[in-house]
Design a protein around this ligand. Sequence first.
Ligand code: EPZ
Length: 422
Amino acid sequence: MDKFIIEGKTPLKGTIAVSGSKNAALPLMAASLLAEGPVKLTNIPILDDIHTFNKVIKETGCKVEFNHADRSILFDASGVTQYIAPYELVRKMRASFYMLGALVGRYGYAKVSLPGGCAWGPRPVNLHLEALKAIGVKIKMDNGYVIAEAPPSGIPGGEFTFNPRSVGATVNVILAAVLAKGKTVLHNVAQEPDVVQLCQALAQMGADIQGIGKSKLTINGVNSLKGQTLRNAPDRIETGTYMLAGIMNPDSHVTITNTDPDDLGHFLEQFEQTGALMNISGTTITVKAPEIIQPVSITTDVYPGFPTDLQAQWATVMTLADGKSVITDTIYTDRFSYVPELGRLGAQLDVKLNSVHVNGNSQLTSASIMSTDLRASVSLVMAAMNAEGTSEVLRVYHLDRGYEFLETKLNAIGAKITRAKE
Ligand code: EPZ
């Protein structure tokens, strides 16, 4: 396993480019199985989760060619003969569960392993299964696998209301509904950019989806979808992460390119309340750190609210703010595994129910700290970069799942991170 050795108190100065979005790419990859002809996806990040999902898709017999040089993947589903997603792969990457909607939507049958939990607790899939049943898919459980079957006449379509909103369940039922025999009406759907992009891509392939980007989606099933070249969105969570990393040292001044500021929703207003100077020009966001970081309390919410995937990074910045703040997560109520690790660096913060109370004005000092999940890990790297002395962040394989070439990008603008074997 790899670790990062990080020399602290380094300002970040320069330009950092955002890669393609992991969470927007995964639904597009599943959707590629629905097309009669080849599908080419571009702006795909080179990440472990992408490699894992490629393996899952290859299990069906679909041809998959990932070209690292131009960040594209070519899918050709004409050779699909297996409608399965095995446990040993699904347990590594929960979004593999999207295979359920894609396979039953295209082939009328799917056998997909239930995903496990994750570092911070259970990740239920009840909404995925209820939504599929609501459009006429028969669901049964079989030794940890979900078997999904369409009626012989095809998926009839139906109506379903999500409560709460769910990105993954929305993706799964859309994948199953676009080739259904009838009409599907979905209420209170997730409106994250990842879902909007999926709908736009499916429409480009010939799907009939009305209400894209709104709370109610109407999907009229079509007979087939055609292969297309589809461009993946930039990673909004990577963007927000670099914006936050870029204000922890008062001398930092960072230009973030190849991004889409609109995908960050209300995060941008809350970011400016910290006192950071932010300038947006097209696909570039320039950030200048404030002398003093203002304490800003936030509560996560579904899009366009504050993203839960930036919760840990925000709390990390608040450890250096001039005063107290409270960070509440309403999406995942126990996503705080990074808190005791920040404590080891000298931060003053503690968890009460689904909030972390941060004292601010911490003098961070180096320590060895342990990554536990993707977003927590990057927060520990941010903290170590601003701690006195040399720290070690262990188990950085979590980072390799979701941040493309993180240490290379950060070192290019002033960080001092060395990857080593644990
Ligand atoms: C997606 O997960 C993202 N993953 C997560 O990012 C992100 O944190 C999450 O959306 C919320 O924005 C991908 O896109 C691959 P949900 P997902 O279904 O789809 C509850 C990262 O770091 N729920 O929107 O699994 C659930 O427990 C990852 O990149 C049910 O109760 O999230 C949660 O409280 C981590 N039943 C809430 O809904 C269900 O059937 C939102 O979850 C499904 C979800």
